[in-house]
Ligand binder design. Structure first.
Ligand SMILES: [Zn+2]
Length: 296
């Protein structure tokens, strides 16, 4: 089995060489340090592709690289960024073709796969846990809510925007849609809902018996369970991994109880939820694994 390069491009660009579903060496991160945590936000698509391409070429050096996978936030289909919530300037950008051009000019002729970052993480979880033959779903709970699926399938798969409420006042989602998982569970949406309290304070007040916060914490878990239940009804039961900074708020007992209420058909029973810590490594390995599967 040859070597593949995996890339995670979110706030920074992180690059690693992957072989046998594992990193072969250290992860290269650019820009390093915390001086410019949002470096990509002010760049054009071509500039981002050039930056990633140069980092990939440095990582590749004399190796024989079979393919390159890049995990990137947003809706990406056929190598084109159809939507990227935090990088609006690159909507419509033909990312894979541009990056392949940069690599080709640098002497690296390898097929490029650009995929949603949460799908890359899901593949990384599958690869590092020996689940490459199984259906794996992940929830990434951060500013927004990422939903990833392995194996990758045709479609949009924007699970964080599944509708879980019919209340027209549930309009806090970053995409502007009403009633979405992210509009209840996402960090940004919680700050909009509780203008006077940080999410940490909301969950702490709920533990101390505050009625408004207690009701919200139940709604928060119901929303996550409802998104999962919708996925189970469409895609079948299986393993869900929950990660990201706000996975600290998850009560797995509560999720299990709500899933039990929401999913009743016997062939759809048996989903399991586990909280794990996220890492750049998972996304890099997963991007590479998906690139190898897509391009191999
Ligand atoms: Zn949304």
């Amino acid at each position: 089995m040859g070597q593949t390069i995996g890339v995670l491009a979110t706030r920074q660009v992180a690059v690693g060489v992957v072989e046998d579903n594992a990193l072969t060496g250290p992860i290269r991160v650019f820009p390093e340090g915390d001086d410019n945590p949002d470096a990509l936000r002010t760049m054009t698509g071509e500039e981002i592709a050039e930056l990633i391409g140069q980092q990939v070429l440095l990582a590749a050096r004399e190796r024989s690289i079979e393919s390159v996978g890049v995990g990137f936030p947003g809706v990406i289909r056929n190598g084109v960024v159809e939507e990227s919530p935090n990088l609006q300037q690159i909507k419509g950008f033909a990312f894979a073709a541009s990056l392949a051009g940069v690599l080709g000019r640098g002497g690296l002729k390898a097929p490029v796969l650009v995929l949603n970052d949460a799908d890359a993480i899901a593949a990384g979880v599958a690869a590092t846990r020996g689940h490459l033959e199984k259906l794996i779903r992940i929830w990434y709970l951060g500013d927004g809510v990422g939903f990833g699926r392995y194996p990758r399938a045709e479609g949009a798969w924007e699970g964080g925007h599944m509708v879980v409420s019919l209340d027209a006042k549930e309009n806090f989602c970053g995409c502007g849609g009403v009633g979405h998982v992210e509009g209840i569970v996402g960090h940004r949406s919680m700050r909009l809902r509780f203008l006077d309290m940080e999410p940490d304070e909301v969950f702490a007040a709920a533990r101390e018996g505050d009625a408004r916060c207690g009701a919200f914490v139940k709604l928060w878990h119901r929303a996550l369970a409802a998104g999962s239940a919708s996925s189970i009804h469409l895609d079948g039961p299986g393993k869900f991994f929950i990660m990201g900074p706000n996975s600290q708020y998850v009560d797995l007992g509560l999720i299990g109880r709500y899933i039990h209420e929401m999913v009743k058909m016997s062939p759809l029973q048996g989903s399991l939820f586990e909280i794990i810590s996220s890492s750049q490594e998972l996304a890099i390995v997963g991007a590479a694994v998906n690139a190898r599967r897509a391009c191999g």
